[in-house]
Design a protein around this ligand. Structure first.
Ligand SMILES: Cc1cc2nc3c(=O)[nH]c(=O)nc-3n(C[C@H](O)[C@H](O)[C@H](O)COP(=O)(O)OP(=O)(O)OC[C@H]3O[C@@H](n4cnc5c(N)ncnc54)[C@H](O)[C@@H]3O)c2cc1C
Length: 444
């Protein structure tokens, strides 16, 4: 059986490894236009911030390890066309320009997403960066001693992570966010406000409801950022305004969501026969919302593994993905926050009839140093009290509590059941009534 996978990072390599483990006789070929595979872009903000210096730490596996596992790698090769009727992928070797055609029995698309570059004058200047590629981030890291003032455009996950790390190095950082709150896709306003305060405590300037009109350049480098409200000097600019699924290769031949993401079913199948997809190029089944676009490594890895199983399984033995909750976490200065399932805003948007409770509760026993407050919000069905979503904000591993809450939402627990779940207790970690129990018991 010929299995061809386009894209060799989280989704593609998860699928390749699983398919090969399940069926040793299958020929698995991964086409990747870069000269590496299994790169963890999630590490880039922390590499930039000096949490670690060895770039190799960001590669889960080397090409040699992959080849040793019996997977055929075509590195530096771009899939340029797919002929779905004859089941062939046209591939161009980028250095030699040599073209070849590879037949497949089963194909997987794992081409990821591209950062959005706003159409603003100066956006292509040499000192405007996105945090997606190691080579550019390495360059930025090397120039950080010259870049004293950095403007980050976009107050989503990547903008906040990068601003947080740069501020920890003493850089003067300014975030420009067009919406009225940072991280507004993931958190309700009261949590966005807490995150903003946490960032401001680190000296980060946050400008809300402000959009960039123009990057002023001198000698092909941005020198200042002009917004609708002000002009800010900048030694460098970081663009973090979102991602677009990288699906030009197939967009005319395959069913997609409105944003161009390839629509897949819970088995990872696309609208084309024998063609699967996963990761940032595709939709993902959400447990509460159906087909959704959530470009996260967690989903890419899990859906990639499901596709790996189904690439080699008989139709009747295929496995279904259980569905994502879009669980995510962020660190902001001394604080951290997590969100899982629906926020109140999302619940309203999708027509759920919900109630919420939001409390501040101590993380552990008062006599154990240092007691801190955790803010917990629960979103639950107004009638059945089944939990739909949770958000947390606090210090000292607050985020790890989201794990219990994600499991509760996944298992469709009611707030009443959650209020009595037997969480572990000892004074350094929690209280006899764990913070999650306490929050759940305030649901009315
Ligand atoms: C800075 C940063 C921080 C992040 N932090 C987190 C985090 O904390 N938590 C989290 O869950 N997620 C995080 N993510 C998101 C996560 O990295 C992505 O969801 C994940 O990498 C998606 O994997 P993928 O395999 O779908 O796509 P990608 O990683 O984008 O890989 C796609 C690959 O396909 C290749 N390709 C594309 N087209 C072709 C073609 N025509 N021919 C050959 N090859 C092709 C590309 O070269 C690329 O290597 C972060 C992302 C970034 C950028």
């Amino acid at each position: 059986m010929e299995i061809v996978i386009i894209g060799g990072i989280a989704a593609g390599m998860s699928a390749a490894a699983k398919a090969k483990r399940m069926n040793k006789a299958a020929n698995v070929t991964v086409i990747e236009k870069e000269n590496y595979v299994s790169f963890g872009a999630c590490g880039l903000p922390y590499y930039l911030g000096g949490q670690f210096e060895d770039e190799n730490e960001m590669f889960a596996r080397t090409p040699e390890q992959i080849k040793k596992a019996g997977i055929h790698l075509l590195l530096g090769c771009q899939a340029s066309k797919i002929d779905f009727s004859s089941k062939q992928v046209h591939v161009r070797e980028l250095e030699t320009k040599e073209e070849k055609v590879i037949p497949y029995d089963k194909l997987m698309l794992a081409t990821g997403a591209k950062p959005i570059i706003p159409r603003i004058d100066g956006a292509n200047a040499g000192n405007v960066y996105t945090i997606t590629r190691l080579d550019r981030v390495r360059e930025l890291k090397e120039r950080l001693t010259d870049y004293r003032k950095i403007v980050v455009v976009g107050g989503g996950f990547i903008g906040i992570e990068v601003a947080d790390r740069l501020a920890s190095l003493g850089t003067d950082v300014r975030i420009i966010e067009a919406k009225p709150a940072i991280m507004s896709q993931t958190f309700d306003p009261e949590f966005s406000e807490k995150l903003k305060e946490a960032m401001e405590k680190e000296g980060i300037h946050i400008h809300l409801e402000e959009h960039v009109d123009n990057f002023e350049t001198s000698e092909e480098e941005v020198v200042s950022v002009q917004t609708n409200k002000g002009n800010y000097l900048a030694d460098a600019v970081i663009l973090a305004v979102g991602f677009r699924p990288n699906t030009e290769l197939v967009s005319n031949d395959i069913e997609t969501l409105e944003n161009g993401a390839i629509r897949i079913d819970p088995f990872g199948r696309t609208s084309q026969k024998d063609v699967f997809a996963a990761g940032d190029c595709a939709s993902i089944p959400h447990r509460l919302l159906g087909d959704h676009y959530l470009p996260l490594a967690t989903g890419a890895n899990k859906m990639g593994r499901i596709v790996g199983i189904n690439l080699v399984a008989a139709e009747t033995e295929m496995e279904k993905y259980v569905g994502t909750l879009g669980s995510s976490a962020i660190k902001a200065g001394a604080y951290e926050a997590a969100s899982t399932g629906l926020t109140e805003r999302m619940a309203e948007q999708y027509g759920f009839h919900c109630k919420t409770t939001c409390i501040e509760v101590a993380n552990h026993s008062n006599y154990y140093t240092v007691q801190e407050k955790i803010m917990i919000k629960l979103v639950y069905d107004a009638k059945s009290f089944v939990l739909y979503g949770a958000q947390l904000f606090g210090k000292n591993e607050t985020v790890l509590r989201a794990t219990g809450l994600a499991a509760a939402i996944h298992g469709k627990l009611t707030t009443k059941e959650l209020g009595f779940v037997d969480f572990a207790y000892a004074p350094p970690f929690s209280s006899t009534w764990e913070a999650i129990n306490v929050a759940a018991n305030t649901a009315k």
